[in-house]
Design a protein. Structure first.
Length: 358
């Protein structure tokens, strides 16, 4: 395998100053450099977008593609320093600090013949539908089936694709997450202070997140608050799941029935709106399934036979959509709402979705 230079320092717009003291530089450092030149040690000046962040998280964001184990080894060995001193991985970066990044050389993984990952990611990122953007926030209408980030067998998610499509962005981070099979509003922050403000609002539950779902059965046209406590666990295959359990965490979902329809050969289905009052993993999916109204197409908590019949008729997604989110704008403080239109797949399953079919 040939050596590969791992660094996105330039495309992130971080101020990088090459350093070439005695014994360091192209002639004194083995391997490829982490900076602009081969074998160069670089100094990264911490700006407002990185101040307050943990060192390890900063490195993972900055040195994309470098294995985490390698970055932690650089920290432990003292090769990576801040203002000339050794620090630990949980060190909180301060404005103006200088992070010394040594040359980084690791083996390049094999790429399948004909594949050009960066080009594919950029092309996909360019197709992501932008529904709102200002100087500090980007919102997309995430398609169902697209993970929010890479990992666990997923090569590239929404954040990687958006970064690839915008290589000049100084800062671009996920504000929150959606399940891979859930479509709808997904927020990204373009400034770290804005990210922290939005995270605070999410923690304090001052945001308003509304979802639309198509469920099996006739859900009454009224509002019901589901309060079953939820507990996470791992299956025998190591897959993450959630179950209702008395010892679980508090979870509250407010669900309102909007419309119902009987579909020949499939049974009765309802369009519902779900409001998250807490933010537990798979909360809406588990609460609805526990109440006897599993989400159509949900392969974890839904009805297997119903899903099979739906797939036979071409309905091959989980019918959960993040329809809108409301929050206080980090700069102006004014309340704003971002909405994603109802996908055509919903109307294809429940004709006239949003209107009564009684």
């Amino acid at each position: 395998m040939r050596p590969r230079e791992y660094s996105n320092l330039k495309t992130l717009g971080i101020q990088v100053q090459p350093q070439s003291p005695a014994g360091e530089g192209p002639s004194g450092s083995p391997g490829q450099g982490a900076g602009r030149g081969s074998g160069a040690v670089v100094l990264v000046s911490i700006d407002e977008n990185s101040a307050g962040q943990r060192l390890d998280n900063f490195l993972i964001r900055t040195c994309k593609g470098v294995p985490r184990s390698h970055l932690y080894q650089l920290i432990r060995s003292g090769q990576l320093r801040i203002d000339g001193r050794r620090v630990k991985a949980d060190h909180r970066l301060e404005l103006g600090e200088q992070v010394r990044i040594p040359p980084i050389r690791v083996a390049q993984a094999e790429v399948p013949r004909g594949a050009v990952p960066s080009q594919l990611a950029a092309a996909a990122g360019g197709r992501l539908p932008i529904i709102y953007e200002d100087e500090g926030i980007v919102a997309i209408d995430k398609p169902a089936g697209l993970a929010v980030h890479g990992g666990s067998g997923v090569a590239s998610g929404a954040i990687e694709q958006l970064r690839a499509a915008r290589p000049a962005e100084r800062y671009l981070e996920l504000v929150h997450r959606l399940d891979r099979e859930t479509s709808g509003v997904l927020l990204f922050a373009r400034k770290r202070p804005w990210l922290l403000d939005l995270h605070r609002q999410l923690r304090e539950r001052s945001t308003d997140k509304r979802y639309l779902a198509i469920v099996s059965g006739r859900f009454p046209k009224r509002t019901k608050t589901m309060t079953a406590p939820l507990q996470r666990y791992l299956t025998g295959e190591g897959e993450r799941r959630v179950a209702v359990a008395p010892e679980g965490q508090e979870a509250r979902t407010r669900v309102t029935g909007l419309a119902s329809v009987v579909l020949p050969g499939l049974g009765e289905f309802s369009l519902v709106e779900a409001e998250l009052l807490t933010g537990r993993t798979h909360q809406i999916r588990v609460h609805l399934a526990d109440a006897g109204f599993p989400i159509a197409g949900d392969d974890k908590y839904g009805n297997f036979e119903t899903n099979r019949l739906l797939a036979r008729q071409g309905h091959r997604r989980m019918f959960l959509h993040a329809a809108r989110i409301s929050f206080r704008h980090p700069q102006s403080g004014q309340k704003m709402t971002i909405e994603a239109p109802l996908p055509a797949t919903f109307a294809a399953l429940v004709p006239g979705a949003g209107a009564s079919n009684d």
